[in-house]
Design a protein around this ligand. Structure first.
Ligand SMILES: Nc1ncnc2c1ncn2[C@@H]1O[C@H](COP(=O)(O)OP(=O)(O)O)[C@@H](O)[C@H]1O
Ligand SMILES: [Mg+2]
Length: 237
């Protein structure tokens, strides 16, 4: 498989997404050229319906673009089938959702163990130690044997962040990760995401419509009607 230079973790070329909806063709993303480098913090912002979640899903190899190229950690996502993309995701990325997406019948520990179970060379003892360490790192100690229904929203999102990070991914994607949390809890979770980005050296790609959160990222990318605007606006961290 052709490799891109190592420091580019994401690269797109003329990425477009056209969705057939009833008798209409919706141009959800239009000719997006984007490069994201290792360890960057990037916020994707824009109004509701501008295509943010669609773009994040394609960058994270959850979906394929209808046109153009997407490279994620050296893999040509636009050329891979679902099974191959699942392997790329497992080996390279973590994903944090607005709605946490924990499995309700599993404990916090078992939720965090899930991605480790899918890895090659899985060893329960080693994995359990890694999962507990990651849960402690995100601030959970007493809650690790509890199921999501007895955890607060902020605690559930901490579990989800631990699950996203436990495989030591190169890139963490987060789609409105604080959208379901109250203001104070949202600030705590934001700080945790940035802290983990710094401490673990991951790349962070965050979708948010919150300008304050976007402003905390090194780089902001604006989407308007599926187009990138002002994509090279950098701020000194
Ligand atoms: N599967 C789909 N079917 C029809 N329309 C879709 C589909 N997915 C996305 N869209 C439309 O594409 C546009 C962008 O959606 P989305 O990426 O979710 O935007 P955002 O996350 O910025 O709010 C919206 O107008 C949305 O309704
Ligand atoms: Mg969205």
């Amino acid at each position: 498989m052709p490799q891109k230079p190592q420091q580019q973790v994401i690269h797109t070329k003329n990425l477009s997404q056209v969705i057939q909806f009833h008798d209409q063709q919706l141009h959800v993303l239009r000719s997006i050229d984007l490069t994201i480098f290792a360890q960057e913090q990037v916020a994707i912002t824009g109004r509701s319906g501008s295509g943010k979640s669609t773009l994040l899903g394609i960058l994270a190899a959850l979906d394929q673009p209808t046109e153009g190229e997407v490279w994620l950690c050296g893999a040509a996502i636009h050329q891979l089938n679902e099974e191959q993309r699942a392997r790329v995701r497992l080996e390279n990325i973590g994903f944090v959702f607005q709605s946490f997406q924990l499995l309700p019948h599993l404990t916090a520990l078992d939720n965090v163990l899930l991605p480790l179970r899918l890895q090659k060379n899985y060893d329960y003892k080693v994995a359990k130690k890694q999962a507990i360490e990651m849960l402690q790192r995100v601030g959970l100690v007493r809650q690790i044997m509890q199921t999501p229904k007895v955890l607060s929203g902020g605690e559930q999102q901490r579990v989800a962040i631990a699950r996203a990070l436990v495989t030591q991914p190169k890139v963490v994607f987060a789609d409105e990760p604080t959208g379901n949390l109250d203001g104070e809890t949202a600030r705590e979770i934001e700080q945790l995401l940035f802290q983990m980005n710094r401490e673990l050296g991951t790349t962070l790609v965050l979708v948010t419509h919150d300008p304050k959160l976007a402003a905390q990222c090194q780089r902001q990318i604006y989407l308007a009607d599926g187009r990138l605007e002002d994509q090279l606006q950098y701020q000194e961290a």
